[in-house]
Write a protein of this length. Structure first.
Length: 601
């Protein structure tokens, strides 16, 4: 079961809140010494958290075993909210709409800090500790952050950032580590406010220009949470294993805010290592006293590179660990495993299904600006290889033909010659971001006159006879979307033909000699562009070529000639030791082309 009907109704409304709880009294908060807990806004987020079983675990630190209950969460948030206002030298009401950046590790401290910022009706700006100081300074300047909150773990990093050149130096707020949940017997009061000025701002990866601040108001975050809850059936019985970065939409909305709304348990395992994940998954199924205290993981959502690393390492585990991890992954124990943020190779998907005795990875499509937009369904027949499914509840999606710039209406997926029509995915609805911060030109450029956001991703819609019959819900019906790639990087124009880099990569990864690959377009005087590939060989691939030589370009052509048209097969191939990826497993192909093939005209 998902969220209760009551809370789905709460999430569905765009609130009109009163600011009574946040009006500035004129007294500077540095002089406030009241012992009472600060109030929090009556939003669907805080109402849901307050309604959950106070004894149930909201957050667990996996390595230490420390647990924090829902009963203490709001109290800790209220305390953190007041401390934040004190550090800023303002009444909490004067923080409405201000940007508050924070550097905090993946932990209960992160959850409390994020919610405390939302509790002031301010805009939370999560920062990645892995970013260089110069990039963090850019984000602080571009967002106009009033405060930089930091945990003790990243205090030195924060000092380094603030000691550099900034247009306006934010106020530093040092967060003390929360050892236990609040013991206060006082209940947190939820009060009305008139206007939603808070939310979260995440920064794009900045692959073509400087990163842009994507403003996601609270009502947008709640719309995204409602959509996911309806499609994926979050519930209080779900136990998440969280190993994702928290400055991305995937880790923050899918695996943090939505579980909190549902009353699920979030277990942070950070930093990520393959051994620690296998150990945690196996723990409830090992015949040891320590394992018996841990609950099975029911919900696991990560990127394809993590699934790949887990699969590659599984055979190295002890026989007992192999048996226990297979039991952990079995559909009767792990309710849902999701792959996203990058394309999932079909062989990897099949290998996971085989390892887990039938647990099929669910693929979905999303991005910073829109949260999750498309998803395959919960029914196994609705998890089709190479597809990301259907528009999620409340999401309006359409395809716009790349050549004619007209909408591809339902039933028009093929042209007069029977060829598939590809188009840019455009999205509209309550889950879409509001604006790029302080960048009206970029905002206007990316929206159509009728309010659709232009994603820059290209797809086709395909009828799949075995799927789309509503087995996963009313939203999961009809033709399914399949992503061809980014218009700027994955659509390669060879003569008059369009080649999907993702389609070629999927076929290449079915070849045992290839461990990883990236397909790119290179300049060609004859064809405009030509297809090229960057490859990491598997151990077998190092001797898989002719006469025991490493797998090469001719071997690749032979392996693909019966699988795809000749113009799609890479004309050039470069073998490398590794392909750089960001924290979410994505490849910057423009940089990769320059690094491997040199500048292109």
């Amino acid at each position: 079961m998902g969220l209760s009907k009551r809370y789905l109704e709460l999430l569905s409304r765009r609130p009109t809140w009163s600011t009574a709880a946040f009006r500035c009294t004129g007294q500077k908060s540095r002089s406030i010494t009241t012992g009472r807990l600060a109030s929090l806004p009556r939003t669907p987020l805080f109402e849901a958290i307050k309604s959950h079983d106070p004894e149930s675990s909201a957050v667990i630190h996996s390595l230490s075993g420390r647990q924090f209950s829902y009963g203490s969460l709001l109290k800790d948030v209220a305390i953190a909210k007041q401390r934040l206002a004190n550090d800023a030298g303002r009444d909490a009401g004067a923080l409405q709409g201000e940007r508050i950046a924070f550097l905090v590790e993946n932990s209960y401290d992160y959850v409390v800090t994020l919610l405390a910022i939302l509790g002031t009706n301010a805009i939370a700006v999560p920062l990645s500790p892995a970013f260089p100081s110069g990039e963090l300074r850019y984000i602080l300047d571009q967002s106009g952050a009033l405060v930089l909150a930091t945990s003790s773990k990243f205090a030195t990093k924060a000092d380094d950032v603030l000691n550099g050149e900034l247009d306006k130096k934010p106020i530093l707020s040092r967060r003390e580590k929360i050892v236990q949940g609040s013991k206060s017997k006082e209940d947190v009061v939820l009060e009305e406010m008139e206007e939603d000025k808070g939310g979260m701002m995440l920064y794009t990866s900045g692959t073509t220009n400087r990163p842009k601040g994507v403003l996601l108001p609270q009502y947008t975050l709640m719309a995204q949470a409602k959509s996911l809850s309806e499609a994926w059936h979050y519930s209080p019985t779900d136990h998440f294993l969280h190993v994702l970065p928290l400055h991305h939409i995937h880790g923050t909305v899918n695996a943090l805010l939505t579980p909190l709304l549902a009353g699920s348990t979030i277990e942070f395992l950070f930093p990520f290592t393959v051994d620690s994940v296998w150990s945690r998954l196996a723990a409830p199924f090992l015949s040891t006293s320590s394992g018996q205290t841990k609950k099975p993981i029911t919900f696991f959502t990560v990127v394809p590179t993590i699934y790949n690393r887990l699969l590659q390492s599984h055979s190295t585990l002890s026989p007992d660990m192999q048996s226990a991890t297979k039991e952990a992954l079995h559909p009767k124990n792990m309710r849902l495993n999701i792959s996203g943020s990058a394309a999932l190779p079909t062989p990897m998907k099949q290998a996971w299904t085989d390892l887990s005795n039938g647990n099929v990875l669910l693929e979905r499509y999303g991005m910073t600006e829109v949260g999750m937009a498309l998803s395959c369904g919960l029914a196994n027949e609705d998890r089709v290889d190479g597809s990301v499914g259907w528009p999620l509840p409340s999401v309006e999606a359409r395809l716009v033909d790349l050549d004619t710039k007209t909408v591809i209406e339902p039933g028009e997926e093929l042209d007069s010659s029977g060829k598939e029509r590809s188009g840019e995915i455009q999205l509209r609805g309550p889950t879409i971001f509001k604006e790029y911060w302080n960048n009206p030109t970029a905002t206007a450029k990316e929206f159509t006159e009728d309010g659709y956001f232009k994603t820059g991703d290209v797809a086709v819609r395909r009828n799949v006879p075995s799927a789309g019959k509503g087995a996963s819900g009313e939203w999961a019906q009809g033709p399914m979307y399949s992503i061809l790639g980014r218009l700027s990087a994955d659509i390669i124009k060879v003569g008059g033909e369009k080649v999907s880099a993702l389609e070629v990569e999927r076929e290449m990864l079915s070849i045992p000699a290839i461990s990883e690959c990236a397909v790119v377009g290179l300049s060609s005087e004859t064809w405009g562009q030509k297809v090229a590939a960057v490859v990491v060989l598997s151990e077998a691939g190092k001797t898989a070529g002719k006469n025991g030589k490493p797998f090469g370009a001719m071997d690749l052509r032979r392996g693909l000639k019966n699988k795809m048209a000749a113009f799609k097969i890479p004309q050039e191939l470069r073998v490398v030791e590794s392909i750089p990826r960001n924290a979410m497993g994505k490849i910057n192909k423009k940089q990769l082309v320059i690094q491997v093939f040199g500048p292109q005209q």
